[in-house]
Design a protein. Structure first.
Length: 69
């Protein structure tokens, strides 16, 4: 499955890489919302996908913090 592979890739990254990816995903979400508000967004399901990816990244970050304690 596509999402399982994505999560596996996230778990292989360092904390700094995950934070960079999180910032990039949040910027993308902002841009998608802006496009949606101005009726320029064609694929509205992308918003949902990016939101879930942000949650996945945050979950992996939390797991890493708990594992290091």
């Amino acid at each position: 499955m596509k999402t399982n592979k994505y999560v596996e890739d996230l778990k292989k990254k360092s904390a700094a890489d995950l934070n960079e990816e999180l910032v990039a995903a949040k910027k993308e979400l902002f841009n998608l919302r802006f496009q949606n508000a101005t009726n320029q967004l064609e694929n509205t399901s992308r918003i949902k996908e990016v939101r879930r990816n942000i949650a996945r990244i945050q979950t992996v970050i939390t797991e890493m913090k708990k594992a290091s304690k």
